[in-house]
Design a protein around this ligand. Structure first.
Ligand code: G6P
Length: 624
């Protein structure tokens, strides 16, 4: 999704903005741009003459490197600027549609994340008033609207505030003007803005990763807030014009966490981090000797959770697959009915939510627009909303009534890997906790915890042992057009996740299916060329899955099977076998997904795809 970076201070703005934009590349984008305000100096002694400044804009379709080429010969004396990476919504990726956009007079430049829903109505009115638009974007309309309010005694902040009062939709915006060359105005509604507070310099970004190398002190803007930022001050008020005092908070992410650390891609690094991220998800939460779990962020909600008539879980993408596993776990151990729904479906169908319901909202980023909207809808209808979120301080984390951080650290690869295993781990913790509050015995609780604590070592074992066979599979199947993934029970959502991973980064069409449902359709696809990945470790449904494997074999399908280390029967059924250690059924997804992540990674790499920034995808989808 789109990214925003801004700088005002005593240093050259361009390198800081470009470095910030590069940090945001992982979010997915198709064009980039920058606006710089340059003060005119008199007598060469760097004494600014009041209100004399120029605004320069460069922007292009393509990557930040292309923008860098474009601005190579520009004078690098600006100490104020804003930069943007755009992920197209209104108007195709093109130089003209790229941000920044300017107002009618060319004094103001704006960058914008989000969507202005009523932009065409505003545009019509402005056109009637003689405005001329160059791009097809909603953002240019907002720039012109701000321009309409600017002047006649109204400063830039006031102009932005009044314009935002007219718009319907979502925005994170940053605005500069050559007539106000000592400030950046930014505002947020539904799309994150973080202000980095420095020493005689300040930063803005849509994601703290862009500014973490410059400052660790930040202010998170809340929805409907606007900030006026100079090099030594940050003033915040609401869009309704009420002054607000914001706390300065410390960023928790470390610089090394957002660097590749010797790996070729972030995705590979993140796959290999899973022994420690799964351990971190459990850290301080497990009471081994009592067979129980403590989740501090849910402490105040335990009575309501225990008495919940129903649990709803909502999420998108990979987080949705983790939610499906969570359903199985919660129903098994806590015996509470659980409904899982895509957030994008939940929010638009007037779902039945009662006050006894508890909603878990699953999101790596904590910013996915549909997930956030589903949470707000459930809260409005009286449900208790609890987040299972990775990014600390994200909107879902802040707006939920409580929750559990998964503590996976920054996930940069667009294809989610470590967040998934940590989300599933947290669901296991939650299910044990609720189970123990109901009928799960101490002995059973202890057994589950023992199995949980063994997972990091077992993941390590898979990472160390599975690569050779995965490389063979990649060589053999790299030209396949389709893949089928099958699993049952706890491993059905893993089949969905394996297929999603392959689609996302290697662009091979893949479908995940419950193994037994294959008979009702996908079996028609199976021929001598069809690779079929079956997740068939020793679990409660192992024998049933063996029958499904036979059905594939009988039709000539090429079987790649994820099997338990000790399985002696599988070798003669499969073309390729990937081994994983044994664990209890409920925890198998945390192991069985690892080879599927590696398979999609190496497949994409072999096919020359851009692993960390797959085409058309965004890390965090902040538009509907
Ligand atoms: C995007 C990402 C996926 C992610 C999904 C949900 O589609 O590319 O990797 O699973 O959003 O994101 P969230 O941050 O809410 O978990």
């Amino acid at each position: 999704m789109c990214g925003i970076v801004g700088y005002i201070g005593h240093r050259e703005a361009t390198p800081i903005i470009l470095a910030g934009l590069k940090r945001l590349e992982y979010r997915g984008y198709d064009s980039a741009g920058i606006a710089l305000i340059e003060r005119h100096h008199t007598n060469g002694n760097h004494v600014p003459s009041t209100n004399s400044a120029t605004l320069s804009i460069r922007k292009c379709k393509g990557k930040v490197n292309q923008l860098e080429d474009l601005i190579r010969n520009m004078p690098k004396t600006s100490m104020l600027g804003i930069g943007h990476t755009r992920w197209a919504t209104h108007g195709a990726p093109s130089d003209i549609n790229s941000h920044p956009h300017t107002d009618q007079t060319g004094r103001i430049a704006i960058i914008h994340n989000g969507i202005i829903e009523n932009y065409s109505a505003i545009k019509e009115t402005l056109v009637e008033r003689g405005h001329h638009f160059e791009s097809e974007t909603d953002t240019e309309v907002l720039a012109h609207l701000i321009g309409e309010f600017y002047g006649d005694g109204r400063n830039l902040t006031e102009a932005v505030r009044l314009a935002l009062n007219e718009v319907i939709g979502a925005y994170g915006v940053a605005v500069v003007s050559k007539d106000s060359p000592d400030e950046i105005v930014c505002a947020r509604k539904g799309s994150p803005i973080v202000i980095g507070v420095g020493d005689n310099e300040n930063f803005i970004a849509s994601d703290a990763a862009a500014i973490v190398s410059y400052t660790r002190n930040v202010i998170y803007l809340s929805d409907n807030e606007i900030a006026t930022i100079t090099r030594d001050s940050v003033k915040t008020r609401t869009i309704g014009d009420v002054e607000v005092t914001k706390d300065v908070e410390a960023i928790t992410i470390k610089l090394e966490e957002i660097e590749k650390g010797g790996y070729e891609h972030f995705m590979l690094k993140e796959i290999h981090e899973q022994p420690s991220t799964v351990r971190d998800a459990m850290r301080g939460r497990v009471i081994e000797e009592e067979g129980s779990i403590v989740l501090g962020g849910l402490r105040n909600h335990l009575p309501r959770l225990r008495n919940a008539k129903r649990i709803l879980i909502t999420a998108c993408g990979t987080s949705y697959h983790a939610a499906l596993i969570g359903k199985y776990m919660l129903e098994q151990l806590a015996q509470i009915p659980v409904d899982v729904e895509y957030a994008s479906e939940f929010r638009y169908r007037n779902p039945v939510v009662t006050e006894g319901d508890v909603m878990f909202v699953i999101s790596q980023s904590g910013e996915t627009a549909d997930t956030l909207a589903a949470m707000r809808e459930a809260k409005r209808k009286g449900a208790l909303a609890l987040g299972i979120v990775n990014v600390v301080g994200s909107t879902i984390a802040r707006e939920s009534d409580g929750g559990v951080y998964i503590h996976a650290g920054p996930e940069i690869g667009v294809a989610s890997t470590k967040a998934f295993t940590s989300q599933v781990t947290v669901f296991a913790l939650l299910s044990i906790m609720l189970g123990r509050m109901k009928s799960l015995s101490v002995v059973d609780g202890k057994e589950l915890i023992r199995a949980l604590l063994a997972l990091p070592g077992q993941i390590n074992q898979i990472l160390e042992s599975s690569e050779p066979v995965i490389q063979e599979i990649v060589k053999e199947f790299k030209d396949a057009d389709h893949f089928l993934y099958l699993g049952r029970g706890y491993n059905y959502p893993v089949a969905l996740e394996g297929a999603l991973k392959l689609k996302e980064i290697s662009y091979i069409h893949a479908e995940g299916y419950p193994a037994a449902e294959m008979k009702h359709g996908p079996i028609a696809l199976i021929d001598n060329d069809m690779p079929v990945v079956v997740i068939a470790p020793h679990d409660d449904v192992y024998e049933k899955v063996l029958s499904n494997i036979q059905e594939v074999r009988a039709r000539g399908g090429r079987l790649i099977i994820i099997a338990s280390d000790s399985d002696k029967r599988i070798e003669k059924l499969a073309e390729k076998v990937i081994r994983i250690p044994e664990t209890i059924s409920m925890l198998l997804p945390i192991l069985s997904v690892i080879p599927l992540q590696l398979l999609s990674y190496y497949m994409a790499r072999e096919r020359g795809a851009n692993v960390d920034q797959p085409r058309n995808l965004a890390k965090s989808v902040t538009v509907e």
